[in-house]
Design a protein around this ligand. Structure first.
Ligand SMILES: NC(=O)c1ccc[n+]([C@@H]2O[C@H](COP(=O)([O-])OP(=O)(O)OC[C@H]3O[C@@H](n4cnc5c(N)ncnc54)[C@H](O)[C@@H]3O)[C@@H](O)[C@H]2O)c1
Length: 445
């Protein structure tokens, strides 16, 4: 099949490359010339394990190409995917201008029948608006005989394991109002998944399913984080509580790790969008609203612990921040908990040195200029009064804390992801603080 993939970010590039890998011809389109130039020269401008080699391989054999010109991308396309960003708008809703711009671009140059697939996460009703825009543009060009079918096909891949997720999806959701695009979508996805796991539904249900999934996962994270607050005060251990909950097969253990809050390009904006979509339709989305509020409180927890321990004036204190990206194995800094923490530390006058294996170039654009960056954890913590683990990259899990302790000015560690053993760290002479394990600042397990 010939595919036009509009939007060459985390979702579009991974999706387009995986479709190319399975024998399709894919032309990726982006308005960002730097991204397209970089991809044309064989450099993938984002960090996603395994992606660079797959992009290079498929580009070399002519299955994958890149352009800024959507007309070129659409030339022979059977299917056009829309995979552009849908960030929060100023009021907290979804900014759909990128999606609608693509719809208008398609309308301005399409010259044959095509299936338009919305892969971006969009509020209910958006896909039909995309179809209306394309059709009215075509009518305006005197091309009302061109038939465009609309499909909602939300994406569930996770940054950091995006290729693995795309090749082994739990399910594929296809929302369509008509029968005709079904066989094209089935053909496209059947190399990735058994047909029983390809779920067809109406467009509106498909759009809502994506938000419902993200909201459910975020609810679980906020729920366990709230339980962790209670554990801290009560002298309980949230890991015990989690163990006791997660073996209940009705509950399970996914997305049940207490920590310093969720971030990323999806959960925060999608929960907020769900809240506003409901309200616009006259329904108060109380779960969504509460989940966001709990997460905002949680993102302040590490800053609060540090201020509680050292006081509000952190002038002269040197603090090492381990991990900046919103989660390991990505360079994505969108809504990362590290940002709120570092802003607090800097506001209080701390001297911050940060380290992240992939996110430095994104971080320098959004963090205060006074933040220093180290290449290794050891370099970051050398001479530090305290270290704070924010993102649980594998290399930080393997750190030798007895060696690290020797490098630090003071052995104080705040573990925002509950990855270390309190008794081991304390046996090395560390003052060790974590989330929901009965060690509120100044307390003991
Ligand atoms: N990142 C994730 O983990 C993830 C997972 C599932 C779903 N999603 C959803 O997928 C969508 C894309 O997310 P992303 O993280 O890939 O975004 P992204 O910001 O990484 O990439 C979007 C790309 O679209 C390009 N673009 C914008 N307008 C364009 C236009 N008119 N024509 C061509 N290109 C244009 C931008 O230049 C950018 O490169 C969003 O709706 C997001 O919510 C993201």
């Amino acid at each position: 099949m010939n595919i036009c993939m509009v939007g060459t970010g985390y979702v579009g590039l991974v999706t387009g490359t995986c479709f190319a890998e399975k024998g399709n011809r894919v032309c990726c389109v982006d308005i960002d010339r730097d991204i397209i130039d970089s991809l044309k020269s064989g450099i993938v401008p984002l960090y996603e394990p395994g992606l660079s080699e797959m992009v290079r391989r498929n580009s070399l054999r002519g299955a994958l190409s890149f352009t800024c010109d959507i007309a070129e991308g659409l030339r022979d396309a059977d299917i056009c995917f829309i995979a552009v960003g849908t960030p929060s708008s100023e009021g907290g809703g979804t900014d759909l201008k990128y999606v609608y711009n693509v719809a208008d671009d398609i309308a301005s140059c399409l010259d044959h029948d095509c299936v338009a697939v919305v892969k971006s996460t969009v509020p209910v009703g958006t896909c039909m608006e995309v179809l209306d825009r394309i059709n009215s543009g075509l009518v305006g060009r005197g091309l009302s005989d061109i038939r465009v079918e609309i499909v909602s096909n939300p994406e569930f891949l996770k940054e950091g394991s995006a290729i693995e997720d795309f090749f082994n999806p739990d399910r594929v959701i296809i929302g369509t109002a008509s029968e005709r695009p079904r066989s094209a979508m089935l053909g496209l996805y059947s190399p990735f998944i058994e047909s029983e796991k390809i779920i067809f539904m109406d467009v509106a249900s498909s759009e809502i399913t994506k938000y419902a999934c993200n909201a459910m996962l975020a609810v679980r994270v906020s729920f366990i984080n709230e339980i962790a607050l209670l554990c801290d005060i009560a002298g309980a251990d949230v890991l015990n509580v989690k163990a006791g909950m997660s073996l209940d097969t009705r509950i399970g253990g996914h997305f049940m790790n207490a920590g310093c809050g969720y971030g990323g390009s999806c959960f925060p904006k999608d929960i907020q969008a769900l809240d506003l979509t409901g309200r616009a339709m006259g329904i108060e989305m109380k779960m969504a609203a509460a989940t966001s509020l709990v997460n905002e409180r949680q993102k302040k927890i590490l800053g609060g612990m540090i201020v509680e321990r050292f006081g509000k004036n952190l002038k002269g204190f040197s603090i090492a921040v381990l991990g900046l990206a919103f989660k390991p194995n990505t360079d994505d800094m969108r809504y990362a908990p590290s940002v709120s923490l570092i802003n607090t530390l800097v506001r209080c006058g701390a001297d911050v040195t940060a380290v992240d294996p992939a996110a430095k170039s994104g971080a320098v654009k959004i963090l205060p200029r006074c933040v220093k960056y180290a290449d290794t954890a050891q370099a970051a913590i050398r001479g530090a009064d305290a270290a704070v683990l924010v993102t649980e990259w594998a290399e930080f899990l393997k750190l030798d804390w007895s060696e690290c302790g020797r490098l630090m000015k003071r052995r104080i560690l705040f573990d925002g992801r509950n990855v270390y053993s309190p008794s081991y760290l304390r046996s090395l002479g560390f003052e060790y603080y974590c989330i929901g394990r009965g060690c509120v600042v100044g307390g003991e397990i």
